[in-house]
Design a protein around this ligand. Structure first.
Ligand SMILES: Cc1cc2nc3c(=O)[nH]c(=O)nc-3n(C[C@H](O)[C@H](O)[C@H](O)COP(=O)(O)OP(=O)(O)OC[C@H]3O[C@@H](n4cnc5c(N)ncnc54)[C@H](O)[C@@H]3O)c2cc1C
Length: 504
């Protein structure tokens, strides 16, 4: 039996963040001799938002060999050390989800367990006091992490905030320099092979035909190939994540200070993001259209900016959910065409990155093995469900007294996978991470505690330690971390010295 031939041509349709991330990564990863063509239409705008990321994006940049400071300068980028959640638990309440870990485990016992024990005795500060990223966030400071495990700076982790349009442009330059061919045009028709229903080509308006063997659908919410052509189907999660619109607007920076974090502020029918860049601030109000009108959502957004709006606000409509199969026949959907989870934890760009990694790990040949396709879809499903659960947690564990949305979210039945996590944590602070789960234990702990879920007890192993010694260790950790954070340069000064962007 002869083995099927390797793939020789890949066609990416769509030139938003997903399309250009895929194009850039493919030029780096696929064997020489495989052609990569990207088709996009200047007449169809990209979604134009998507400015905050999570730390694994650094490994994507490292894979491409991108210099971090050059990248930040060219995308008006800033550093993100975590997310500040304002009014999520209840009004006038604030907590942070910092990247980086809390404290140090003590003789194999998790740090949050000894912290919980001492907190009960009134001998521990709030958990943020033991996280160097949380302390640096609050102080508005930043210094790059180091790999030496003896240094406190090895406990730092960071991601980026950038201008989505400039990011796609940056990746486009990278990909075109390495041989990706961009074709301008609007796809009008997608013929299928009679024998097996695989995509044969895309036909542009004006009848130009672009053939390929593997097609990557990056057409955003349109899902031109995976849904409009292959009718893969959609699984809605709108009963859990009920926000279905966002109104977005950039605003002028309020002053020289650039906070090294994204802020998410809860409102009565949704929440508002604030993402500081070097040249401006990105803002948006994510809301549930059953609870508030578009006009009222726009007014709420504009009333809560800290700088003048730089354009008219624009509305985006969406539904939380996923494509039933992200890989169908010879088509793989990446980005918004594959599913959508609201940007509360800035996960969409990461899911594109993760889809690209899975594609490379399971790169098909022209035989398109069903086993590889099914594994891709299985892994994609698990990851999306885990991220979905994490986002639901923020909404479900709320004590807000305003707005019907928050009451419904509190009272709704949640997925069993999240229920198990919540029950285990509530009991004795136990936490388990399943199947390469994206968010680390420290992320879950930050949000669980931040949303007001204090475990009733703690790991009995923590009782083996002497309370006085533990209290001393915790105060030393806090002192060390606070000193390290205070010694860092201010974030805006670090940017000005290392990655200054051009004034637009
Ligand atoms: C309100 C909101 C806020 C978000 N915030 C974040 C965030 O902070 N962090 C994060 O990680 N993600 C965020 N996201 C998600 C992020 O914006 C997307 O994941 C990312 O931009 C990828 O989009 P895309 O490339 O899939 O689609 P798009 O940007 O919509 O690009 C689609 C492309 O397809 C092309 N196209 C479509 N139809 C055709 C056709 N017929 N012929 C030719 N070309 C075609 C278009 O020209 C365009 O180039 C947010 C999303 C929303 C809605």
């Amino acid at each position: 039996m002869t083995a099927p031939a390797p793939i020789r041509s890949i066609v990416i349709v769509g030139g938003g963040t997903a399309g250009w991330m895929a194009a850039a990564a493919l030029t780096r990863l696929i064997p020489a001799g495989v052609s990569v063509t990207l088709v996009e239409s200047d007449e169809i705008a990209t979604v134009g938002v998507g400015e905050a990321t999570i730390p694994p994006i650094r490994s994507f940049n490292a894979l491409l060999g991108i210099d971090e400071n050059d990248f930040l300068a060219k995308t008006q980028g800033t550093i993100k050390l975590g997310i500040e959640f304002v009014n999520w638990t209840r009004d006038q309440h604030r907590y942070v989800h910092p990247f980086g870990e809390f404290g140090f485990d003590i003789e194999g016992v998790k740090f949050h367990q000894v912290w919980r024990k001492l907190r009960e005795a009134g001998r521990a500060e709030a958990i943020d006091a033991y996280n160097v990223c949380a302390l640096a966030m609050t102080a508005g400071r930043y210094q790059p992490p180091v790999t030496d495990p003896g240094s406190i700076l090895s406990r730092m982790a960071h991601a980026y905030q950038f201008d989505a349009g400039l990011y796609a442009k940056y990746l486009r330059g990278y990909a075109e320099d390495r041989g990706v061919v961009r074709i301008e045009g609007k796809v009008a028709h997608v013929p299928l092979r009679a024998a097996d229903g695989f995509i044969e080509a895309v036909i542009l308006e004006g009848d130009r035909r672009i053939e390929g063997e593997l097609f990557i659908d990056c057409t955003g919410f349109r899902a031109l190939l995976i849904e409009q052509t292959l009718h893969t189907g959609w699984e809605s999660w709108a009963h859990w994540l009920q926000c279905d619109r966002a109104v977005a607007v950039p605003s002028a920076s309020p002053g020289p200070e650039i906070t090294p974090f994204t802020r998410a502020t809860a409102h009565s029918a949704g929440w508002q993001w604030r993402i500081p860049l070097q040249h401006r601030v990105g803002n948006g109000h994510v809301y549930c259209s059953a609870d508030i009108s578009d006009d009222a959502a726009r007014e709420t957004l504009l009333a809560n900016l800290d700088g003048a709006p730089l354009r008219d606000p624009f509305i985006l409509r969406f539904e939380a959910g996923r494509r039933k199969r992200a890989w169908e026949r010879n088509c793989i959907a990446l980005g918004l065409s594959s599913g959508f989870l609201e940007p509360l934890e800035s996960t969409s760009i990461h899911l594109i990155q993760s889809g690209i990694h899975k594609l490379m790990a399971l790169l098909p040949d022209t035989g398109f093995s069903a086993i590889e396709r099914d594994e891709y879809n299985r892994l994609t499903d698990i990851q999306l469900e885990q991220v979905r659960d994490f986002i639901i947690l923020h909404y479900h564990a709320n004590q807000r007294s305003d707005g019907d949305l928050w009451r419904r979210m509190r009272e709704m039945a949640i997925p069993d996978t999240l229920r198990r996590k919540l029950d285990l944590f509530r009991n004795r602070g136990r936490f388990f991470r399943y199947e390469d789960e994206l968010f680390a234990e420290s992320s879950w702990i930050a949000v669980l505690l931040g949303q007001g879920i204090l475990p009733q007890g703690w790991d009995p192993l923590a009782d083996a330690f002497d309370d006085d010694k533990l209290a001393f260790s915790l105060s030393r950790i806090h002192e060390m971390f606070a000193r390290a954070a205070q010694a860092m340069p201010r974030h805006e000064d670090w940017l000005a010295r290392n990655a200054p962007a051009r004034t637009p």
